[in-house]
Design a protein around this ligand. Structure first.
Ligand code: GDP
Length: 356
């Protein structure tokens, strides 16, 4: 705890992440500090406390809800004699477990390799500094250089394969756009209910679970909406606080679906106490991937948990700006379809050539 807001909610989310990765949590230890310790991340007293607790519970793994430097991770592992996994690696691990499509798997592999390569680089420069480069400069390649080269080759190969898949996606998107099909993408904080809403809208059976990151791969389905015609709906990757940058980069192709959509449905867990922070976090990621200008509609989901009736809210022009739904109870979907149809009508009016 470095004095960040919503500490309890963060703890709860981290537990959910850990469980999502299949961890069985035996103990939680909280360290309060002004700033992380450079060598061990936590103070020496805490390291001892963790070691004792780990021994008492026969823990096999230590999870840290923060990004650790390679040195911190190594030092902790050495003194605890246990594997230590930080937040970034944990998120990567969950993505690896959940990826289902070929493209999703390639994206995760790329993210993992990129994460690994930054660690190798840092370890390597650390060694160089220590020895002043002398004795490290031989005619042959060092093991680290070899590792880096092999990883580099693999990264290039993965990028090429992903680029090919991306081109296929582009072609599909263009064909849809030519056919006048409007595209709608669901975005939202992880666990907001995107998959449930996607299923409700498309009557499909995409995987929905009370686990973070249930959705990794983009699924696109075509539906018919009265007043809007044929519309493609895509369920995209869930966003989360501190989404590793390597991951955002690796998921670029998937996120492109979001960037190129005509309309984003920003699904919000209306019942979450962190609702506003989560909305801000999603907006931040959208800006990062260049989707800040895509029109969006706020969909407040889980209205049932607030005891709210599904409804729509309009602005002074009568345009629907917010929709309250319960994806689970499939309530309020007509209002949502109405909002999509309204958007579609406005769009085609604005796109139409002006006659004089
Ligand atoms: P995603 O990560 O955004 O795709 O979220 P999911 O669709 O997997 O849903 C996360 C959890 O919230 C699941 O346990 C759903 O059953 C639950 N959920 C989704 N929509 C609603 C809703 O309208 N009401 C309630 N009470 N729960 C919901």
């Amino acid at each position: 705890d470095f004095g960040e807001p919503d500490f309890d909610a963060r703890c709860e989310e981290f537990e959910m992440l850990a469980q999502g990765a299949g961890a069985d949590i035996v103990d939680t230890i909280i360290a309060r500090r002004a700033r992380p310790d450079a060598a061990y991340f936590v103070g020496s007293g805490k390291v001892e406390e963790i070691a004792l607790a780990a021994a008492a519970h026969q823990a096999e793994l230590i999870l840290v809800d923060h990004a650790l430097s390679p040195a911190q991770q190594r030092n902790l592992e050495r003194s605890l004699k246990l594997r230590v996994v930080d937040r970034v690696s944990l998120i990567l691990d969950i993505f690896a477990l959940r990826a289902r499509s070929h493209e999703g798997k390639l994206q995760v592999e790329l993210a993992q390799l990129q994460h690994l390569v930054t660690r190798l680089t840092r370890m390597w420069s650390h060694l160089e500094r220590q020895r002043g480069g002398i004795g490290m400069r031989g005619p042959g390649e060092s093991q680290l250089e070899m590792d880096r080269r092999m990883i580099g080759d693999k990264v290039r190969l993965l990028r090429e394969r992903l680029a090919k898949l991306e081109r296929q996606r582009q072609t599909q998107r263009r064909a849809r756009a030519r056919g006048g099909v409007m595209s709608v993408s669901l975005v939202g904080y992880t666990n907001a209910g995107k998959s449930t809403l996607f299923n409700a809208l498309t009557r499909a059976d995409a995987y929905a679970a009370d686990q973070l990151f249930a959705t990794l791969d983009t699924t696109t389905r075509r539906i018919w909406i009265e007043g809007a015609g044929s519309v493609t709906v895509s369920d995209t990757v869930g966003f989360i606080r501190d989404l590793p940058h390597t991951l955002v980069a690796a998921f670029r192709a998937t996120l492109e679906e979001t960037v190129h959509a005509d309309l984003l449905l920003h699904v919000v867990d209306a019942a979450s106490p962190q609702r506003d922070e989560q909305i801000a976090e999603v907006d931040k990621v959208l800006a990062e991937i260049g989707a800040a200008d895509v029109p969006r509609l706020l969909v407040f989901n889980k209205a049932d948990r607030l005891g709210l009736e599904p409804q729509v809210q309009r602005d002074a022009h009568g345009t629907i700006t917010r929709v309250f739904v319960s994806a689970l109870e499939r309530a309020g979907l007509d209002g949502l379809r109405q909002a999509i149809a309204d958007f579609c009508r406005n769009k085609s009016e604005n796109d139409a050539p002006a006659f004089q």
